[in-house]
Ligand binder design. Structure first.
Ligand code: CS2
Length: 484
């Protein structure tokens, strides 16, 4: 592509600064981590002398290692705002390990006493739990494998328990476990899953982890679309080097971290992180206001034929749907976190969605809905029902997800549904032959929907009416009708 553009061949980006000593192991070196946690650490470190270098671990594919390590771990973060673009070279990642190639190397790194923090951005499904019950999914084949093969794990939870076991046996202190995924009380969730797994292998180990390890919760926020070849080509044009590991992100970032660490940590607050006693209210606000409307726009926008979030909210009825959901359905369920103003927070979200420089695909956000729905949409529905009203916008969004996982769009084209439960979801949708029954068939999946919701007849009827409307009239018409 570079040749087609008539450009001279550019050299590849290389590290120019010495690498810092490793103090953090991070699972999940994808675009979000590179655009977020790695930048906070970069911004507060002196790469030449610091001890907070990050060893990133990929649990599945070698892509991140193959992109980053020929560059010595350095890459470019490209900030795109409505007023232009800024680039920054990030030097905090010092190595990338590919776990399936050499699990022992990962365990040895985690057992090194210099490692104070093990952080995670492994996405919702990486936790191997049942979203509705929040318990470890002991039917998961990788979890079953790890329980009997602790010396060569496959899952993040398996690596954590195995490495903590080694540290306990060596008489060392544990590390802090820092979950940075979009899950409510993510630290508590990781703690529960780690203890549940540890009890299965050694109750005394579970007891030691429970007493000595720390699992701070966090709220993380920065919109980061997947990097495209066009992004790499454009950077090559403007900076005269090829960076296969570059990432694109919006200007906004927010990191709220519970003040609960076993040992030392980087001074992330110097880069603007908020260190607080309790993260839960911040996390609930972000998950319900941002991720809740993001997923709603993703399903309904995709069905309406919009490729990007910025295109979806450029349609006035979709923008109005967001405002209606924030005002009437979402914010009434929320406590106001300290230092926040909910209406101003939502207004700022709309401005972030409108940023045309960020090409965030509705299809990307629509991925893994079975893992996202409970904390993004269903919890809010639950609270609205408790307060005595049926949320029409959220019901339409849930129906949008159902139509999406049915796998055929409004023009009759196949949708590529990426979801660990995709086959089961499609089967549930296809097994019933009218909209009302399709809704019942999907609501019967108890890994996603708690009985309290599915037993509420008013909610069920609202979703049935919405799905019928989506099938017969289409998403644009349904959103327009709801926001008239
Ligand atoms: C998005 C999030 O892909 C998705 O599901 O809703 O990744 C979102 O962009 C981030 O949470 C923003 O902080």
């Amino acid at each position: 592509m570079l040749m087609e553009a008539g450009l001279p061949a550019n050299p590849r980006l290389t590290r120019t600064l010495p690498a810092a000593k490793a103090g953090i192991v991070h699972f999940g070196p994808g675009a979000f981590f590179r655009a977020f946690g790695a930048i906070y650490t970069n911004d507060v470190m002196d790469p030449a002398t610091d001890k907070w270098g990050i060893v990133a671990v990929s649990l599945k594919s070698p892509t991140a290692r193959d992109q980053l390590m020929p560059q010595g771990g350095t890459y470019t973060a490209i900030e795109r705002g409505p007023d232009g673009e800024k680039t920054q070279k990030i030097n905090s990642i010092v190595d990338v390990l590919v776990a399936p190639e050499d699990p022992q190397a990962v365990l040895a790194q985690m057992a090194d006493p210099a490692i104070e923090i093990v952080s995670l951005t492994i996405t919702e499904k990486g936790y191997c739990y049942a979203p509705a019950t929040k318990r470890l999914d002991q039917t998961n084949a990788d979890i079953q494998h790890d329980i009997s093969n602790l010396d060569a794990p496959r899952t993040a939870i398996g690596f954590i328990v195995s490495a903590l076991n080694q540290r306990r046996q060596a008489g060392q202190k544990p590390f802090t476990l820092l979950s940075c995924d979009n899950l409510p009380s993510n630290g508590q969730l990781l703690r529960n899953l780690t203890l549940e797994f540890a009890k299965l292998v050694d109750p005394a180990l579970a007891q030691w982890i429970s007493t000595h390890a720390a699992f701070p919760s966090t709220m993380v926020d920065r919109i980061t679309p997947a990097t495209t070849q066009a992004d790499i080509d454009r950077l090559a044009e403007t900076e005269n080097y090829v960076d296969l590991g570059c990432v694109v992100h919006e200007p906004f970032r927010q990191w709220v971290i519970e003040d609960n660490f076993v040992g030392a940590r980087p001074n992330w607050e110097e880069a603007g992180a908020q260190i607080v006693a309790n993260v839960d209210a911040h996390e609930l606000m972000k998950l319900r206001c941002l991720n809740g409307t993001h997923s709603s726009l993703a399903y309904l926008g995709y069905l309406a034929g919009y490729e990007l979030i910025s295109e979806t909210v450029a349609d006035p009825s979709f923008a109005k749907l967001c405002h209606q959901m924030w005002q009437q359905e979402i914010t009434p369920t929320l406590p106001t976190p300290e230092g926040e103003d909910l209406p101003a927070y939502c207004q700022a979200l709309m401005e972030r969605y409108e940023n045309k420089a960020i090409k965030h695909r509705t299809w990307q956000i629509a991925m893994d809905g079975s893992q996202k729905l409970p904390q993004r949409l269903l919890g809010t529905v639950h609270d609205c029902l408790q307060m005595g009203h049926v949320p029409k916008g959220l019901s339409l969004a849930i129906a949008g997800w159902m139509r999406f996982v049915g796998g055929v769009d409004e023009k009759g084209q196949l949708i590529e549904v990426r979801d660990p439960m995709a086959a089961q979801l499609k089967h549930a949708y296809d097994a019933a032959n009218n909209p009302a029954e399709k809704v019942l068939s999907l609501l019967a999946i108890h890994q996603i929907f708690e009985p309290q919701l599915t037993e509420n007849q008013q909610f069920v009827s609202a979703v049935q009416a919405a799905l019928s409307g989506l099938i017969h009239k289409g998403a644009r018409q349904m959103v327009a009708e709801l926001t008239q």
